[in-house]
Design a protein around this ligand. Structure first.
Ligand code: F6P
Length: 496
């Protein structure tokens, strides 16, 4: 295979600054998120996985961060969903360049394709019983939304950064981007990292041929394709071989792109920053949250923290809790479930239905057991207050992560760092984090409601000494591969 040199000499910035050309991060989401405060959503530094892993790099003076923002949508859409605008993302400490997309383009790119199709496909949820088929409107959304947004991002980067030292491109929103940038930056190292599970060829075949080929060819514009797990890397290699017919060297984990370049396929499991987590745990905000959060949690507690998303499988999780209360009457007066439910993608019907189904399930369980438990056993907090969630994770007996599919699940890794009780992790085998949790957490199959109830029961009965041994083994693994390692391994593979 032809070899292309990754990370050649440091390019100079042709904008006249005289400094080195910037290292460019590109992601859909910018560094600001929204928190619900005093009856309204306020933009504030995001605490989610992607942003927390990239922010340390973004603080360096030679880094630029491009993200997508929407022109304010019409009143109806604005009322239905959270959207982020130029003003939300700029003005902070990080060097952000928002790429402005017309509201219908943003909705088609982010909502109709990235989230309703690619997210669902990659979490094994693309199913005509739940989601619409790929009709003419969806094809329009692909062309005039997803492809158009990627082209606009590429143009905006070319305009603002005539030279770049390297590109770090993030996630499924931007699959076509590596190939688009390759045309204008033939020698600049490019890495694309996918944060969510990568589909096997049989799943990928659910997409029209031209869509899946655009996705794969887009990714092969990079020098390095980064994925969360070995399984994701195998899936990507198989897709290239089976769906594009490109030569693949499985042993070396490399693909030969159509222009003869050698593309490395590498695994970088996402992780957390123990120093940042320790700092947050010592913060005033967590101190303030502790007393009332711990007060709510009762003698024994189960906690979950996730976005309201069909892939997170909350309904089966709550039904497993109900089954646990059926199986274990002795727990009814002592056990509480605290659910930190983060609002997500609320402009999409499937997300609103998912939230409704979660609330309905919680309502049914709470009314069924309120009398015997002495009060409603499930508390739900529909917000994205990370400080409250961390305070709860610190003191819980069980952290439940029963996602149907999950790229990694950084909540489980944060829990490993903050748990003091000590608690036990009950985790889905199909979450990327399951590999690191192997032998320490209790693994469950996500559809197995009965098995999940039994695992929670076992976790609650587990003696403290055994919990401590398991937790410490998991914590060591998390501390040995942090967000810094995730990033530096990528920069090393790019040679920058
Ligand atoms: O980790 C996967 C991911 O889609 C990120 O790209 C994203 O920032 C995060 O989940 C949350 O999703 P969203 O930005 O759509 O709220």
């Amino acid at each position: 295979m032809a070899r292309r040199r990754v990370g050649a000499a440091i390019t100079e910035d042709r904008r006249g600054s005289g400094g080195p050309a910037p290292l460019v991060i590109v992601s859909n989401r910018g560094p600001k998120d929204f928190v619900w405060k005093d009856g309204e959503w306020i933009p504030s530094s995001a605490s989610g996985g992607l942003v927390s892993m990239l922010a340390p790099l973004a603080r360096r003076p030679d880094v630029r961060w491009f993200c997508c923002v929407s022109e304010p949508p019409d009143a109806k859409r604005a009322a239905a969903g959270l959207f982020t605008t130029e003003d939300d993302q700029t003005g902070g400490p990080l060097p952000v360049t928002p790429v402005l997309l017309p509201s219908p383009v943003y909705h088609a790119y982010y909502g109709l394709i990235s989230n309703e199709i690619l997210w669902m496909l990659q979490h094994h949820l693309l199913n005509p019983n739940v989601l619409p088929s790929l009709d003419a409107e969806r094809h329009r959304a692909w062309r005039d939304g997803y492809l158009a947004a990627n082209a606009t991002v590429a143009d905006s980067i070319k305009k603002c950064c005539p030279t770049a030292r390297a590109f770090l491109l993030q996630d499924y929103h931007l699959y076509p981007l590596p190939a688009l940038l390759r045309r204008s930056f033939p020698d600049t190292p490019i890495l694309h990292f996918t944060h969510i599970p990568f589909p096997e060829p049989s799943l990928m075949r659910l997409l029209p041929k031209d869509w899946r080929e655009t996705i794969l060819r887009g990714l092969l514009g990079a020098d390095v394709v980064g994925l969360q797990t070995q399984g994701d890397a195998r899936a990507f290699l198989s897709c290239c071989a089976e769906l594009l017919g490109t030569p693949v060297d499985s042993e070396a984990s490399e693909v030969e792109a159509e222009d003869g370049r050698r593309v490395l396929v590498r695994v970088y499991p996402a992780s957390v920053d123990p120093d940042e987590v320790a700092e947050t745990m010592a913060s005033e905000a967590v101190k303030l949250a502790r007393p009332w959060v711990h007060g709510l949690m009762g003698d024994l507690s189960i906690v979950r923290v996730d976005r309201a998303d069909p892939s997170k499988n909350q309904v089966i999780g709550f039904k497993a809790f109900e089954r646990l209360l059926d199986l274990r009457p002795d727990l009814r007066s002592r056990l509480r479930f605290s659910a930190f439910l983060v609002p997500s993608r609320t402009d999409l019907k499937i997300y609103r239905s998912c939230t409704e189904a979660i609330y309905q399930t919680i309502g049914e369980i709470n009314s069924r057991f309120a009398a015997e438990c002495g009060r409603a056993p499930i508390d739900v907090f529909y917000t994205n207050d990370r400080n409250q969630a961390l305070a709860a994770m610190e003191d819980c007996d069980v952290l439940l992560v029963n996602s149907l599919q999950d790229g990694m699940n950084l909540v489980a890794k944060e829990w490993a760092l903050v748990s003091t009780r000590p608690g036990v992790l009950v985790v889905s085998e199909t979450a990327g984090v399951a590999e690191a949790a192997m032998g320490t957490g209790l693994l469950v199959s996500p559809l197995d409601l009965e098995g999940t109830a039994v695992a929670m029961s076992k976790a609650l009965d587990m003696p403290s000494a055994e919990r401590a041994v398991r937790l410490s083994a998991f914590r060591n693994r998390v501390s040995q591969w942090t967000a810094k390692d995730w990033l530096s391994a990528q920069l090393a593979d790019l040679g920058v």
